[in-house]
Design a protein around this ligand. Sequence first.
Ligand SMILES: [Fe+2]
Ligand SMILES: [Fe+2]
Length: 254
Amino acid sequence: MPIRREFSPRSLDAAAIQEGRVDQHYVKVLIRLLAAHAMAEKLTALGYQRALATVDNPALAPILEKNFVEEKKHARLIYDVLEEIGMSQQAADRSMVTVLKAPSFDAPSYFAGKASGELDLMMASLSLDTTGLIMIGVNYKDSSYAPHARAAEIILEEEADHEVFASRQLGDAVERFGVEEVNEALRNWIPRAVNFFGPPGTGFTYDCIRYGLKTRDNKELAELYTSMLTRRCDQLGLTMPALTPGYPHTLEKN
Ligand SMILES: [Fe+2]
Ligand SMILES: [Fe+2]
């Protein structure tokens, strides 16, 4: 049965929270969701910054710089939304310490801290920008919390560009590195990318949907991503790796 949505898109703002017109649990769920979104943007920014230092193809520098600046701005936008309701960036980041170790944060953490070289960068972009576009476009742009919906709209415009970059990169990667090497990189990255959507059917997501902070379950978004990417792989003669069905997904042994 579909979950009944209690608040329509953009129907609440900071004043509603400050004046106590929404219950405390809504605020708790909203803050947790925003803190995770902000952290994902921040790690993606750090990843592009790291890519600037580790990728030795000068032709890529302008686009890496552009993405770095934009991801930093996305993080700032979400931290500002949090600050308006009394949560500092530091407190938000601190609240994420355990979540950061979860499989859902493996992709952005790896990008920020370990990825190196051009192929890794391409995979990171495919794992973070394409997934981000889906999460933000499907889930956050119609948020019941108007400031988050407005930030999502701004982010979406720039993410659309990043996604074009990511999809073009995949074709370029095949040309530069060959099908075999790209297939291997996909096997390394795709489980991480799909896990980025988070576990299916959690109580937290149930609350998010009920409050109108998300529209779809993580599982539906993960499936959307997998089918998009499968199509793209087919077009390029690549093999989309088969994953185990449960979360966290790993490579299917064959
Ligand atoms: Fe972003
Ligand atoms: Fe992006």
